[in-house]
Design a protein around this ligand. Structure first.
Ligand code: PLP
Length: 403
């Protein structure tokens, strides 16, 4: 066999032919020197934008001290990060992982082990929802339940019962003697910025309480300020027993976390779970620095203000371009515009205008500015969207004229 590939990266991503060499705030500079407005934030990861001075300083300082220790020893900064996360949430315990999928793996294991520890090892099944996304490991893929991602990888892991989002009767019917918990995203990200009514979440909480189930929130995408509160469930007024975090937790440095109440985590004893890299000093330093910034008074007021402004302006773009866009969705700065044209065409047209966005399910384009985005940058983004829509309308009428 000759080695003929032009790229030696496993070809699992349909990458755009565009590379970047540096960033500042909401802006990215491509290798060819062109400037792009970044409304992807690395898929809701770079919540504080690129090269935030406080994060850069924290990581540089940690890099001179200690990179990695393993979990054989105490972790003073990890203790501090866990204590801070528990102080601002419902949780008593935190497990640090390296990604969203790993945080979710821990959430699934906690949920199953909880019942085993209480004498019910037969209760291992978890109710999930259509359009969900929980990760790409075999367990989180089974929880995701999407046929196109599962195809070819053998029988999906057993233990997940998927029902329609928002269908309370279906949830009730799915609860049986083997049910351990209910797993849901407060707002679906990958699924197309799809929400369920607040009342649905309150009903899930009640069902969990009545049936001894754990309520698990996947806040990998919604958590850490994306929806305008530190955690999206704070807006719902419903508290989970277990919650996963990842994307924005390290502001761009890989770290995930699974948070749980002491009761939920009852089965997690020494040896029941682990990770070599989880809670590594570099990752913990980054996440502590992210919290420093987000917990300053007024941080979430800014996110909510930018959200309102953005959604108002987007609504008027949708009104002007009904042949391109049909709807604005989302909370905080997890915003989706539902496209009438193929969403991939819209993402490409926006890229032509030097605005970077992310596709999602349901023919939606996600607009994910960093949470530190300014009013002027929101305005700039909206103008670029307007121009992209005009370009697409032109294409569309040209195509219609040809037909
Ligand atoms: C991104 C995401 C995951 C998976 O995170 P990875 O870091 O890619 O493993 C899980 N759940 C949700 C809701 C996500 O958005």
């Amino acid at each position: 066999m000759t080695k003929s590939a032009t790229s030696h990266l496993l070809p699992v991503f349909a990458r755009v032919d565009l590379g970047f060499e540096r960033g500042e705030g909401a802006w990215l500079v491509a290798t060819n020197g062109e400037r792009y407005l970044d409304f992807t934030s690395g898929v809701a990861v770079n919540a504080l934008g690129h090269a935030h001075p406080h994060l850069v300083a924290a990581l540089q300082e940690q890099a001179t001290k200690l990179w990695h220790m393993s979990n054989l020893f105490k972790s003073p900064d990890g203790e501090r990060l866990a204590a801070r996360l528990c102080e601002v949430s419902f949780a008593d315990f935190v497990f640090f992982a390296n990604s969203g999928a790993e945080a979710m793996e821990c959430a699934i294991k906690i949920t199953r082990k909880h019942h085993a520890a209480k004498g019910h090892p037969e209760r291992y099944r978890i109710i999930t929802f259509d359009g969900a996304f929980h990760g790409r490991t075999l367990a989180t893929l089974a929880a995701t339940g999407s046929a196109k991602y599962l195809e070819g990888f053998g029988p999906p892991m057993d233990g997940f019962d998927q029902v329609l989002l928002g269908d309370l009767d279906a949830v009730k019917k799915a609860i049986g003697p083997q049910t351990a918990g209910i797993l849901i995203e407060p707002l679906q990200g990958e699924g197309g910025v799809r929400a369920a009514p607040h009342a649905f979440f309150r009903a899930l909480r009640e069902l969990c309480d009545d049936n001894g189930l754990l309520l698990v929130f996947d806040e990998v995408q919604t958590g850490m300020g994306r929806t305008g509160e530190l955690f999206a469930h704070q807006r719902l007024g419903v508290t989970p027993d277990v919650m996963s975090l990842a994307k924005a937790l390290g502001g761009g440095f890989p770290i995930g976390a699974c948070l749980a109440t002491a009761d939920a985590a009852a089965g997690m004893t020494p040896g029941s779970h682990g990770s070599t890299f989880g809670g590594n000093p570099l990752a913990v330093a980054a996440a502590n620095a992210v919290l420093d910034v987000m917990l300053k008074p007024g941080f979430f007021d800014h996110v909510q203000k930018m959200s309102l402004l953005f959604k108002q302006k987007l609504a008027s773009v949708v009104d002007r371009h009904p042949d391109v866009l049909s709807e604005v969705r989302g909370e905080g700065l997890l915003i989706g515009v539902k496209a009438v044209v193929p969403s991939t065409d819209l993402v490409a047209a926006l890229r032509d205008q030097k605005l970077l966005t992310v596709g999602a399910g349901d023919n939606v384009v996600r607009l994910l500015p960093p949470l530190i985005v300014t009013e002027a940058e929101i305005e700039e983004g909206v103008q670029r969207l307007e121009r992209a829509c005009t370009a697409l309308s032109g294409d569309h009428s040209k195509r219609a004229a040809v037909l």
